[in-house]
Design a protein around this ligand. Sequence first.
Ligand SMILES: Nc1ncnc2c1ncn2[C@@H]1O[C@H](COP(=O)(O)OP(=O)(O)O)[C@@H](O)[C@H]1O
Ligand SMILES: [Mg+2]
Length: 279
Amino acid sequence: MKAPARLRSLIDEGLIDTVVRQLMSGKEAMVFVVRCGDDTRCAKVYKEATQRSFRQAVDYTENRKVKNTRQARAMAKGTRFGRQAQEAAWQSAEVDALHRLAAAGVRVPAPYNFHDGVLLMELVTDVRGDAAPRLNDMGFTPDQARGHHQMLLRQVVRMLCAGIVHGDLSEFNILLGADGPVIIDLPQAVDAAGNNHAERMLLRDVVNLGDFFGRFAPELRDTRYGHEIWDLYRRGVLHPDVTLSGRFELPRGVIDVGSVVREIDDARAEEAARRLRMQ
Ligand SMILES: Nc1ncnc2c1ncn2[C@@H]1O[C@H](COP(=O)(O)OP(=O)(O)O)[C@@H](O)[C@H]1O
Ligand SMILES: [Mg+2]
């Protein structure tokens, strides 16, 4: 196909030879299959900030590291320079997360390059070598569902051990590659230690996994892996091979007013973001 404008500079730089076709366009990016020498790869082109939606909400970007205080001040003020800095931080967050997760042994596409707002990465493929389907496009037997669910919980644990919470993990952001599930779409990934919403996001990610695989193996819906994992993390005893039971007694009687208020604020912010998205 004719190369889209946003990919031209990568062709000029010799990073891409040809553009094969466009994959499904997601909410916030356009994704292309490209050829680089003998390799077939995947190019993710981020949409302009105005076309994106909820994931740049404050809770995700809270406490993101920026290069310097001038940048931080500009971002807080929302000046043009600030918005540009925020945009760059958003786009490079995904490539940073991919590098960190690949190093930690999490199953993510290998990142190759990040140039001009385009992420070049490994194309996740199925057994025939075609772009892999999303979990959402597949059906599973109860045993397959249990197997994938366990495997993905281990990936969540590994991510958390590397200090990262995905923040938008669901059947839409997991591909079923030839060797099993691969996690994608990480620009909103949050720093587990530095973000006040990390716990809530981890719990949501894990609930999403249980709900999806629970369609095929209903008992998975009644598990409490998220609370169990976060509790181990909080106590400093989480490690990649930790044994999980899926059971967790929520402490009773102690009411943490601060966390209740935070929950209410979060719910309000999410509702506001949802409305924005509907516009
Ligand atoms: N590395 C990859 N290999 C194969 N397909 C991919 C890859 N990355 C993205 N895709 C496809 O592109 C779609 C959108 O990508 P995603 O990273 O989820 O962006 P969005 O923010 O738009 O949801 C995915 O649902 C998937 O079908
Ligand atoms: Mg996605």
